[in-house]
Design a protein around this ligand. Structure first.
Ligand code: NAD
Length: 362
């Protein structure tokens, strides 16, 4: 089994294998070929990969005879001319938005596996690239907000007077939101949080934050189907808007993370509500790419409305390239190792397996 690790293109900083996972693949009996410079942006040198047991070469050499190709985001199909027919291609391939590229992979005889489609089941937890990257994004959102905020997070009693603690509000308490709460608390902010799924109330409290919930209209019971939210009723949305209006004017930093699978992100903060916030406040919208939770969000940009900075966060895990690569690489390794057949020295992917059915992109 030859496994190829490609160098990512464009804005991508992450890499799909790290020296630790290279060593583990070698222990499984695979040979590893890494494209030159693949780890540069994640602070991993070609020599580090070689020391772990990989060979390093150009893309053609790396792809030649490779049985498995590991990527972070799906490569341009035109750059895969040297790939062997039948090779597995693993990564966050984004089939919903890259249907043409997926068809081109297929036409080239590749077997694309869209790892972001893993089911949220216990067996798949260690392979879950969405969770590992969302967790880092939740952390980074709070840190980026701190950098943009002209005040401090913690309360400080000094000889020159007291610095009041920042009030930080997290909207959407999935993986990213939970880490945002934890990070805000560690940095000394006063944290509150909201979600539509009732199970998150206890999670918010267990992290020492204050739950802010719509009380007069029923939300989603428990975890919600598969742990996900759905579109809420007009009554709920109106009650939520009222709740946000009364709470948000007192907040200094807001982190929004609310997503609904297969739909645009719910709009949670209006321009009129932003206008009630104190000048210098900061909002980080982690749903920017999905349409945004905040009116006026521009993906990848920072805009100022009514004196409030709105950061349209995109793929924040990319700004923690070393850690994000390490977690992503381990997710891919955990997946391949779980399906590895020791006797043949190759992965076996049963057609009827719940995980395989979910991720096979064609
Ligand atoms: P997500 O990114 O889909 O959504 C983020 C959060 O936004 C969710 O908590 C959602 O309820 C919330 N939200 C949606 N609409 C909202 C609205 N109108 N107002 C306020 N909040 C709103 O979520 P995620 O981070 O992918 O996590 C989803 C669930 O999956 C969680 O329950 C998580 O614990 C679970 N999970 C399970 C596993 C596993 O068992 N393998 C792995 C990861 C996550």
């Amino acid at each position: 089994m030859k496994i190829a690790i490609l160098k990512e293109s464009g804005a991508e900083t992450r890499v799909a294998a790290i020296p630790e996972t290279v060593t583990k693949y070698v222990a499984l009996g695979a040979s590893i070929a890494v494209e030159q410079g693949a780890g540069d942006k994640a602070s991993i040198s070609d020599a580090d990969y070689e020391a772990a047991g990989a060979t390093v070469g150009d893309r053609a050499a790396v792809l030649a005879d490779a049985d498995i190709i590991l990527t972070v985001t799906g490569p341009d199909p035109a750059t895969l001319g040297d790939a062997k027919r039948g090779a597995l291609l693993l990564g966050a391939l984004d089939p919903a938005r890259r249907a043409d590229d997926i068809a081109a992979y297929r036409a080239a005889g590749l077997d694309p596996l869209a790892m972001e489609r893993l089911p949220r089941i216990t067996r798949a937890q260690s392979m879950d690239i969405l969770s590992s990257q969302s967790n880092l994004a939740g952390y980074k959102a709070v840190v980026d907000a701190a950098a943009a905020y002209g005040r401090a997070y913690p309360m400080m009693m000094t000889a020159a007077g007291t610095v009041s603690p920042a009030k930080l509000f997290v909207m959407g308490v999935g993986v990213a939101g939970l880490q945002a709460i934890a990070t805000g608390r560690r940095l000394g902010a006063q944290v509150s949080a909201t979600d539509v799924r009732s199970a998150t109330r206890e999670q918010i409290m267990s992290l020492g934050a204050k739950p802010i919930f719509v009380e007069n209209v029923a939300g989603i019971e428990g975890e919600g189907q598969g742990g996900y939210a759905g579109e809420m009723s007009p009554e709920y949305q109106a009650a939520q808007a009222e709740l946000v209006s009364s709470h948000i004017a007192k907040q200094d930093v807001v982190i929004t993370t609310a997503l609904i699978p297969g739909r645009p992100a719910p709009r949670l903060i209006s321009d009129a509500q932003i206008a009630t916030m104190r000048r210098g406040s900061v909002i980080v919208d982690l749903a920017a790419e999905a349409g945004g939770n905040v009116e006026g969000t521009a993906p990848g940009e920072s805009v100022v409305r009514h004196g409030v900075t709105i950061i349209g966060a995109v793929q924040l895990a990319r700004n923690l390239a070393a850690d994000a690569s390490a977690l992503f690489a381990r997710n891919l390794y955990n997946f391949l190792a779980a399906f590895w057949d020791q006797e043949t020295g190759a992965p076996v992917l049963p057609e009827d397996d719940e995980i395989i059915k979910a991720i096979r992109a064609t």
